[in-house]
Design a protein around this ligand. Structure first.
Ligand SMILES: O=C(O)CCC(=O)C(=O)O
Length: 240
């Protein structure tokens, strides 16, 4: 039974992302959350301490087996290969644990812009293929949800046809599309194309937004990473 319908794949092709619900077994989530709490400077049982807590950035727990099993013991690699091609991918980054702490504020708005990963340090190409963002707890609207700018993968692919792939800082042209904040219960997962503009939204909720971002790459990335094929889906057997 496939994970993605033809409509899902068409949505991914056009928008650069697709959301699936309930993709992470609950016991995997609970074990990872226990590890995550050991790395947060706040009291798990006192929500007052969660406001503007830390650390920010990736928590230093990517190497813990209970964090890695979110990616390795769930369906996500198979799901990703359904989009990219069976047997084509390997793990570029095990799950980065990304917390968005409540701000204690109420003036929520979508971020004005986000960023691309992998091409924005001048002279460095650090390609991956697909990002996978998993919500580990229930993320409601206005509460730090992963945010994408639909269609920006097409913008970047067009840009790289006439500009060096060694510098993607200017790859997105204005006006930017309206961003989409992705929220949903624990186990909501977004698969996103590596050229996508993305960010996290501000957290005006009461809980810490707990999510992981993993990255998969083509097994032969090093052979093809400087290519900008006429058909950007050339190496995506599930999409082209
Ligand atoms: O935490 C988030 O939702 C955004 C993550 C992000 O921007 C990234 O992985 O580069």
């Amino acid at each position: 039974m496939p994970y993605f319908t033809t409509e899902d794949k068409q949505f991914f092709e056009k928008n650069g992302y697709i959301i699936k619900y309930n993709t992470v077994p609950d016991q995997l989530i609970q074990r990872a959350i226990d590890v995550i709490w050991e790395h947060i400077d706040a009291d798990r049982n006192d929500s007052e301490t969660w406001i503007n807590a830390g650390p920010t950035g990736n928590l230093p727990c990517t190497n813990y087996p209970d964090v890695q099993s979110l990616l390795h013991d769930g369906p996500h690699i198979d799901m990703a290969e359904e989009l990219v091609g069976k047997g084509t991918l390997k793990v570029a980054n095990n799950p980065f644990c990304k917390m968005i702490y409540p701000t204690g504020e109420n003036d929520w708005s979508l971020p004005e812009k986000g960023h691309m990963d992998g091409y924005t340090v001048k002279g460095v190409v650090s390609t991956f293929t697909l990002g996978i963002t998993m919500n580990l707890n229930d993320v409601v609207h206005r509460s730090g949800g992963f945010t994408v700018w639909p269609g920006t993968h097409l913008m970047a692919a067009k840009y790289f046809k006439t500009h060096s792939i060694l510098n993607g800082i200017e790859a997105y042209t204005k006006p930017l599309p309206q961003p989409v904040e992705i929220f949903g219960p624990a186990g909501t997962t977004c698969f996103w194309h590596h050229y996508m503009m993305h960010s996290a939204s501000k957290n005006c909720g009461s809980k810490i937004r707990m999510a992981t971002v993993s990255r998969l790459r083509w097994q032969d990335t090093h052979d093809i990473m400087f290519e900008t094929p006429d058909n950007m889906w050339q190496y995506w057997n599930g999409i082209e």
